[in-house]
Design a binder for this molecule. Structure first.
Ligand SMILES: NC(=O)c1ccc[n+]([C@@H]2O[C@H](COP(=O)([O-])OP(=O)(O)OC[C@H]3O[C@@H](n4cnc5c(N)ncnc54)[C@H](O)[C@@H]3O)[C@@H](O)[C@H]2O)c1
Ligand SMILES: [Zn+2]
Length: 361
């Protein structure tokens, strides 16, 4: 058999170290990780469990004889509830899982958030391994150790920092992903390219298609660098919210169904560059580059004016808001054409209104 190419990225969060495997051979360590534990609980959802990558992961785990529980969560956000957590924890208890056991999450960000939180809280914490199956989970949700479930009125309101023991990402999983979900992940891919303009060329060349294994790994590495520098989100990690303040407003304005998270972030990225231009922080070239990257990924750069105004009104509910008002993550021009991104930037209401008007057309 030909060796399957895999990139291995080392990750560090405080004292905790783990490996991230990306590529066709990424699932290879799974059986060994399972064998190092007394029992394994697999957490997934029905739609994912039917896909070839999930089947391969499950088969490899079953061969070890360690799988004691298979928790099937309802799809998407419906699986991220305290009621589902209670149901899952009850199953783990009934099947005799202990602190020496392992949780394996196979799925998108909804599954990894819920499975990670189950691992963080069951018996005060078990190790867990993430097998992300969406682009968003690969480049974002499965990395960094933030785990959570929702309350009926607030997303991610109950959660914990609990980094995984390994992240095993085979981008072939993306072959079965609905196109709109792929594009949603591309919103975060473009975000990394705007955070690290050295990635822009590769992101533009990749366009709206499935990114290469190398590009997925490069985005993961970009997130890991920020998380490593700020494991518990006290400062620099705010950079990962580039595009998310206005983006959250867009998601809320569309009642969380009109725009996906990635589409909202895409609009938020354009907004951030336009606001930065209003503040004299960047010139029109940077704005044009950001817009071209967003559009090239098949993501929107404009929204109807009424939606833009509604998004602006709703973004003040952003949970990252400080007592003294909204703080922005915005680019600032350095030498000639490049830019760097800074957090904690203030912006006056006139500049914000002007950027809102530019987006809504
Ligand atoms: N913890 C973090 O740091 C973090 C960061 C970003 C997002 N999130 C969370 O991630 C969640 C969103 O994640 P998502 O975008 O992956 O959505 P998701 O997990 O809801 O998955 C989207 C859809 O794709 C399906 N799916 C998943 N993999 C598939 C595959 N390979 N083939 C076919 N269908 C597949 C799922 O069943 C679901 O219907 C949100 O709950 C968000 O809060 C967490
Ligand atoms: Zn996001």
């Amino acid at each position: 058999m030909r060796a399957q190419p895999t990139v291995v990225l080392p990750a560090r969060q405080g004292e905790h170290r783990y490996e991230i495997h990306v590529g066709a051979g990424a699932l290879r360590p799974l059986a060994g990780l399972a064998r190092a534990h007394d029992r394994v609980a697999v957490v997934t959802c029905a739609r994912v469990a039917r896909t070839p990558v999930a089947r391969r992961a499950l088969a490899a785990l079953r061969k070890t004889g360690r799988v004691a529980v298979l928790v099937m969560l309802p799809d998407g956000e419906k699986g991220k509830t305290l009621a589902q957590l209670e149901r899952a924890a009850g199953k783990l208890l009934a099947e005799g899982l202990t602190r020496r056991s392992l949780v394996v999450s196979i799925g998108g960000g909804a599954v990894s958030d819920a499975a990670g939180f189950l691992a963080a809280t069951f018996m005060r914490g078990l190790p867990w391994v993430a097998v992300p199956t969406t682009l968003l989970a690969m480049v974002d949700a499965a990395l960094g150790g933030k785990t959570a479930v929702n309350l009926p009125r607030a997303k991610n309101a109950v959660g914990a920092f609990h980094p995984p023991s390994a992240v095993l990402a085979d981008p072939r999983a993306l072959d079965t992903l609905p196109e709109r979900e792929l594009r949603s992940g591309l919103g975060e891919v473009v975000k990394y390219a705007l955070l690290e303009p050295a990635l822009l060329g590769r992101v533009s060349a990749s366009g709206a298609g499935r990114p290469s294994d190398e590009l997925v790994a490069a985005c993961m590495a970009a997130k890991l660098r920020v998380v490593e520098a700020d494991p518990t989100e006290r400062g620099q990690r705010a950079l990962l919210n580039l595009g998310h303040t206005f983006g959250h407003g867009v998601e809320a304005a569309g009642r969380f169904s009109r725009y996906t998270h990635g589409e909202s972030v895409a609009l938020g990225l354009v907004f951030a560059f336009r606001l930065a231009a209003q503040l004299g922080r960047v010139g029109p070239l940077a704005v044009a580059e950001a817009e071209a990257a967003v559009a090239g990924a098949g993501l929107p750069t404009r929204l109807p004016p009424a939606q833009a105004r509604r998004a602006a009104a709703l973004m003040v509910h952003d949970k990252k808001r400080t007592a003294s008002g909204l703080r922005w993550v915005l680019p600032r021009q350095v030498d000639g054409a490049g830019w760097t991104v800074e957090w904690g930037v203030e912006a006056g209401p006139l500049a914000v209104a002007a950027a809102v008007a530019e987006l809504g057309s």
